[in-house]
Design a binder for this molecule. Sequence first.
Ligand SMILES: [Zn+2]
Ligand SMILES: [Zn+2]
Length: 150
Amino acid sequence: MQRKVSAARPPIGRSGAPAPLPFAAPDRRGTAVAWKGMMAQDPKITPTQVKAPHGARVMEIHWADGHRGVLPHEILRGYCPCANCQGHGGTINFVPGGNLDLREIEQVGNYALQFTWGDRHDSGIYTFRYLRSLCQCDECKPQFQPPHSK
Ligand SMILES: [Zn+2]
Ligand SMILES: [Zn+2]
């Protein structure tokens, strides 16, 4: 039995002009150190790939447990967790009307992503756990509940 193993190949940048993604896969450099003390290693909140083609309106996140997350920009922006969008209360509300052009994605530590939107709004830090909770794939969408907290 032969199985093709292609996991070593970098998954990003094969087609078109993908958004600049410093974050392509859970990197090997210093994993043990970087993950120390974090919620870590739970495959449900460990992304292996983030796809956000330029001009697209949906981001795809592949998780280490094999789940393919679907995150429409509308949801990402509407649930931006920053204090400007959400105030300082404990609950998260959907805030419609923001710019949905995703300019940049940056990884924050080893636990979150930060997005820069077309209107330069960039103060939202989306933890992997939070991103997972926003998933709108066919499997998650029917059970989707707006998150209670960040
Ligand atoms: Zn915000
Ligand atoms: Zn899902």
